[in-house]
Design a protein around this ligand. Structure first.
Ligand code: OXD
Ligand code: MN
Length: 596
C-alpha cells in the first residue's frame, strides 16, 4: 500500500490526532486499498480527481461555455435514491432505535456487515475525507472523517461540506470526530447496508454511491448521529431549511422549516419575492438541515451545517426556482440528469421546448414523446452554497442566526389549512409530531402513500421517536424566548383536484403573516386546529385566485378533524409508552374542539 504524493502536509496536520491515524490504518488493514489518499480539499486535488474520473468515464464534462466547471455522472440504475429499508440504527437494544427505525445489534453488524468491507478496496484508493459540519470556529460545529473508496463521493463532499485542511484544523480544536466508513462495494442492493452506531458516533455504509447513502456528512452524520448528540447535549439537529426574510424597512427575521423530502424545501429556501411584494427579500441560509441551540440571549439560534445543495433537478425551472437555475450554471455536479446534443443538462420541467433528442440518464437515446422519463426522477445537482444568488450574508456566521418562527409542512391535498399557528410550544410540537405527507421519489418504495413523518425526521432520527418528541417538549422549557410554531400546507386542492394556492414566490405572503404574528401585529382566528389568518390578513387581492379559494384554503371544519385525530391516535400508539403524555393531551384537546 502506498500513500498518494502531496498528502503529507494534510496528514502532518493530523499527527496530533493519533486516534484518526490508528483508525485509518485499521480500516486499511480490513479493506486492503492499493493506495491511501488524505484529502486536503484543495482545488488542485479536485482537478486531479475530476481529470481521472473524466478519463475513466465516471464523469462527463458539460458544455464549458454554458456550464463552466460542470460535470455529469450516471449512477448504477439500481442505486438512485436513499434506501430506507437498508438503513439501520445499531444501538445495543432494539428499544433504543424505536419502532420507526430498522434495528441491527452491533454484534450482528460485526458478523454480517463488517465482512462486506473485507478486501472491498482492493485495486482502489482509500480516500480520507476530513470534513467540518458548520462554520469554522463555531460552538455549533462538528468534525467528521469519511473513509471512502469513491472519488465521486470526495468531489461531492468537497461541495457539501467544509472539507480538508479546515476540518483538520477544527479537529485539533475539538479533539473528537464522527467516523464514517464507506465503500461502494459491488453496488448490489443485496449487499447494501447503511448502519449507524449512535453510541460510538460511527457510520458504516456499503453497497451504494447515492448521495443520502454515501455522502456521510449529510443525513447519516448531520441528522441520524447528530440527533443523538443533540439529545445528549441539549440542542436540536433537524431536517429544516433556514431563510432570512427581509421586509421593505430592511429588517431581517429568520425562519426554519421542516418538510418531508421532495416537498419543495429547496424552492422555498431560494424563493424570489413575487411582483406583488415589492421591497421584500428572501435570503438563503440552508435548504435541508438546521442545527439549533439556545443562545445567551434566550433565543433559539441556528446554523446550516452544510456548505452546498444536493437538490432534486426535475421540476426545477426559471418559474419554480430561478435562483437554483442560475446557481447550477457554475461549478456544479449533476447526477442522473439527461444530456442535450450540445452537452447541457436537461430534466423534466426544464425551461423551454423539450429537445427532440437527448441522451437519457442512462446514456441511451431518448426521443420526444417517449413514455419514459429522460432524467431519473430523483436526479440531482450538487452546487456550492457560495454560488447561490440569494445566499444570506450570515450563512457562515459562527454564532448562527436567531430564529423567530419554525414551520412544519407536509403534502396534504385535503383538510390541512394553508397556515395555522400553534396555541403554544407543546401544541406546536404536537403539530410537528403529526405532519403527514405523500411519499415521493426521494425514497424507494411506493409513491403517493400518506405517511406520518414527525418533524420530517421519520427517516433521519437516530433514536426512539417517542424520546425524540420528549426532547422537543423539554427543549421548549429551556428556551426563555422561543420561536413561534406554525403548520403550513401549500398543497390543498379543491373538489376538482386543482391546487388552491399558487405556491412558489407567493408563499412569501404566508411568511409575511407568520412574521407579523411573531411581531404581535397580524390578526388571527382561533379554530379547532389552531390560529388561522383572519379574513383579509393575507392580502391576495392582486392574485388571480378563484372566488372563495382563500376561504377554502383556511377552512377548518371541526368534524373533518375527528378522523384525523383518530388516525393520529393509531400513530401515537406505536410510540407508546415513550410518547410524551402532553402530546396525547393535545390530541384529546383537538378532538374536543372538533366536537368529537
Ligand atoms: C434529501 C432528502 O436528499 O431528504 O434531502 O432525501
Ligand atoms: Mn432532505
Amino acid at each position: 500500500m502506498k500513500n498518494e504524493p502531496g498528502d503529507a502536509a494534510c496528514k502532518a496536520g493530523s499527527v496530533a490526532n493519533a486516534e484518526l491515524i490508528r483508525w485509518v490504518d485499521e480500516v486499511a488493514a480490513i479493506a486492503k486499498p492499493d493506495r491511501v489518499h488524505w484529502c486536503d480539499g484543495s482545488e488542485a486535488e479536485r482537478d486531479l480527481l475530476m481529470a481521472r474520473m473524466v478519463e475513466d468515464g465516471q464523469f462527463l464534462p458539460l458544455n464549458e461555455k454554458e456550464y463552466p466547471n460542470g460535470f455529469l455522472s450516471r449512477s448504477d440504475p439500481n442505486d438512485v435514491a436513499r434506501t430506507e429499508h437498508l438503513t439501520f440504527i445499531c444501538a445495543d437494544k432494539k428499544e433504543e432505535a424505536g419502532p420507526t427505525n430498522n434495528w441491527m445489534s452491533p454484534a450482528e453488524a460485526e458478523t454480517w456487515v463488517k465482512p462486506l468491507f473485507r478486501g472491498a478496496m482492493k485495486g482502489r484508493t482509500l480516500y480520507v475525507v476530513p470534513y467540518l459540519m458548520g462554520p469554522a470556529g463555531s460552538p455549533f460545529s462538528k468534525v467528521g472523517v469519511e473513509l471512502t473508496d469513491s472519488a465521486y463521493v470526495v468531489v461531492n463532499m468537497r461541495i457539501m461540506t467544509r472539507m480538508g485542511a479546515v476540518a483538520m484544523r477544527e479537529l485539533a480544536r475539538l479533539g473528537k470526530f464522527v467516523r464514517g466508513m464507506h465503500s461502494t462495494g459491488d453496488l448490489s442492493p443485496d449487499r447494501r447496508y447503511i448502519l449507524h452506531f449512535p453510541a460510538r458516533r460511527e457510520i458504516w455504509s456499503v453497497g451504494s454511491g447515492y448521495g443520502g447513502n454515501a455522502l456521510l456528512g449529510k443525513k447519516c452524520h448531520s441528522l441520524r448521529i447528530s440527533s443523538v448528540e443533540a439529545r445528549d447535549e441539549g440542542w436540536l439537529a433537524e431536517h429544516m431549511l433556514i431563510i432570512g426574510v427581509e421586509n421593505p424597512a430592511g429588517e431581517t427575521a429568520y425562519v426554519a422549516a421542516a418538510f418531508p423530502s421532495a416537498c419543495g424545501k429547496t424552492n422555498l429556501a431560494m424563493m424570489v419575492p413575487p411582483e406583488g411584494l415589492k421591497g421584500w427579500k428572501v435570503w438563503t441560509v440552508g435548504d435541508d438541515i438546521a442545527w439549533l441551540r439556545v443562545g445567551a440571549d434566550g433565543r433559539l439560534w441556528a446554523v446550516n451545517p452544510e456548505a452546498g445543495f444536493f437538490g432534486i433537478a426535475p421540476g426545477t425551472s426559471m418559474k419554480t426556482n430561478p435562483n437554483a437555475m442560475k446557481m447550477v450554471r457554475k461549478d456544479s455536479l449533476f447526477t442522473n440528469v439527461a444530456l442535450t446534443a450540445d452537452r447541457c443538462p436537461w430534466w423534466e420541467g426544464f425551461d423551454g421546448e423539450t429537445p427532440e433528442r437527448l441522451a437519457d440518464w442512462r446514456g441511451r437515446l431518448w426521443t420526444r414523446g417517449s413514455n419514459e422519463k429522460a432524467a431519473q426522477p430523483n436526479s440531482r445537482f450538487t452546487s456550492p452554497l457560495a454560488r447561490c444568488p440569494s445566499l444570506s450574508p450570515s450563512w457562515d456566521d459562527p454564532k448562527g442566526v436567531p430564529i423567530s418562527a419554525i414551520l412544519f409542512g407536509g403534502r396534504r391535498t385535503r383538510l390541512v389549512p394553508l397556515v395555522t399557528e400553534a396555541f403554544d410550544w407543546d401544541h406546536g410540537v404536537f403539530m410537528g409530531a403529526t405532519i403527514a405527507s405523500e411519499t415521493t421519489v426521494a425514497q424507494t418504495g411506493t409513491v403517493g402513500v400518506l405517511r406520518r413523518d414527525p418533524m420530517a425526521m421519520l427517516p433521519f432520527c437516530g433514536y426512539h421517536m417517542g424520546d425524540y418528541l420528549a426532547h422537543w417538549v423539554r427543549m421548549g422549557k429551556s428556551i426563555p424566548n422561543p420561536p413561534r410554531l406554525f403548520r403550513v400546507n401549500w398543497f390543498r386542492k379543491d373538489a376538482s383536484d386543482k391546487f388552491l394556492w399558487p405556491g412558489f414566490g407567493e408563499n412569501l405572503r404566508v411568511l409575511r403573516w407568520i412574521l407579523e404574528r411573531c411581531a404581535g401585529k397580524a390578526a388571527g382566528v382561533e379554530t379547532p386546529a389552531g390560529v388561522v389568518p383572519a379574513p383579509g390578513a393575507i392580502d391576495v387581492s392582486d392574485l388571480p385566485m378563484a372566488k372563495g379559494a382563500m376561504e377554502e384554503l383556511l377552512a377548518v371544519r371541526g368534524a373533518e378533524w375527528k378522523p384525523e385525530a383518530d388516525d393520529i391516535e393509531k400513530f401515537f400508539s406505536t410510540l407508546a409508552p415513550r410518547l410524551p403524555e402532553v402530546l396525547e393531551r393535545k390530541r384529546l384537546d383537538l378532538l374536543k374542539r372538533a366536537g368529537g
